[in-house]
Design a protein around this ligand. Structure first.
Ligand code: DNO
Length: 386
């Protein structure tokens, strides 16, 4: 696999010169300064590409070229937005940037309740606590009918949390779930939003009456519209699985499991319609056998996210070591089946002072460097095995 790294542009505290020193070969980035829904001009794409190449690296993957909410729920301006998306793709294609990661998750990109969950060794990790998430849903959003979406055990745990909840605790949950995990990935809510909860609620409203079947139809509509551009420029689209791979907040989620992946690949059976194999997202649901999924979908995978989660019996999950035996097997699968496919490590721990650096949640330097070292070691061993 090609060793890549998610870098957030020239203002990222982790510089391209640093990345060259740690064995990174390709860059994963986005034009973060261009608002969601606007065209990426050829000039802007070229500027970023030249900047990366001037540092001895290449722009391997776009993550993400965001799909506007209106394309997802099928708003009145979706055709106009799809035309703009096609223009951006053509401009990327003309510059030779041909792997595009995106997601089709309504409203919320990825969800965690805790961004610094302490480990016994002094490092910290991202964590998803189902009961805290239920608290956010039921007691902060006050979503109608939310209780019915949680099992009795989760509701009982939530009740315990409620007894000791403080305004600071509520603020921390809002910040973690809908602000700090969203803004930097060009999500809907940014750190400058004064009323994030109100804004979030109005976004949820947009999906009233949109079920999984409708969302699937909208995804198919979008993919069919852009495939001619992908064919012309040989662009590989790769959808990021839903993180976590579960139904949440009453929103439809359609990239959560084997059957979902099969469905969107079959719906548009063009090899340019592919998957970002995010082992971490898929392993956040106990229903997924990620090792088997990697083997099954390697052929339609255009980008790999190397990380993995442990799901606890109560449904909470936590990011696990990059040396987890399942991840070793997944790396082996892609090294053998898809040599050269871009791979980046993801959501590594905060360690050795990372926590003071203000990095984007999940994107530490030392933690990711260690993870890249681990995954590189697995790759070298697998290759020696022949
Ligand atoms: C989180 C990321 C996601 C991912 C997008 C792709 O850390 O894995 O934000 O970049 O879902 O569109």
């Amino acid at each position: 696999m090609e060793k890549t790294w998610r870098w957030f542009g020239p203002n990222d505290k982790i510089t391209l010169d640093m990345l060259r020193q740690i064995g990174v070969e390709g860059i994963v980035t986005s034009l973060h300064h261009i608002p969601n829904g606007e065209v990426w001009s050829e000039e802007e794409v070229k500027k970023m590409k030249d900047y990366i190449e001037a540092h001895g690296l290449r722009w391997s993957v776009v993550e993400s070229l965001p799909v506007s909410e209106s394309i997802k729920y099928g708003g009145p301006d979706r055709d106009e937005l799809i035309e703009k998306y096609k223009e951006s793709l053509a401009n990327l294609g003309r510059c030779g940037v041909k792997t595009i990661c995106y997601n089709f998750m309504p409203v919320l990109d990825w969800a965690r309740t805790d961004l610094e969950y302490p480990n016994p060794d002094g490092t910290s990790n991202l964590y998803f606590n189902r009961a805290e998430f239920a608290y956010f849903d039921i007691h902060i959003l006050h979503r109608e009918g939310a209780e019915a979406d949680y099992d009795a055990e989760t509701l009982a745990r939530m009740e315990e949390i409620r007894k000791n909840m403080t305004p600071e605790g509520e603020h921390r949950l809002v910040d973690n779930i809908i602000v700090r995990t969203q803004g930097f990935v060009n999500g809907n809510i940014s750190e400058n939003d004064k009323e994030p909860v109100e804004k979030f609620k109005s976004l949820l409203e947009l999906y009233k009456g949109i079920d999984a079947e409708q969302l699937r139809a909208n995804m198919k509509y979008f993919l069919e519209a852009i495939m001619p551009v992908c064919d012309e420029y040989d662009i590989n689209m790769c959808v990021h699985p839903d993180d976590p791979p579960l139904q949440i907040l009453g929103l439809p989620r359609i990239v959560t499991c084997d059957a979902d992946i099969q469905a969107f690949l079959n719906a548009v059976p063009n090899p340019h319609n592919g998957l970002t194999f995010c082992a971490g997202s898929l392993s956040g649901g106990a229903h997924n056998d990620v090792v088997a999924l990697a083997k099954k979908y390697a052929g339609r995978t255009h980008f790999v996210h190397a990380r993995i989660c442990n799901v606890f019996p109560n449904g909470d999950f936590k990011e696990s070591s990059h040396l987890d035996p399942r991840l070793i097997e997944i790396v082996r699968t892609f090294e053998k089946e898809r040599p050269g496919v871009p791979m980046r490590v993801d959501h590594a721990p905060l360690m050795l002072g990372d926590e003071k650096m203000g990095y984007n949640a999940g994107y530490s330097f030392h933690g990711r460097m260690l993870a890249l070292g681990m995954v590189s070691g697995i790759m070298a061993t697998v290759n020696q095995e022949g």
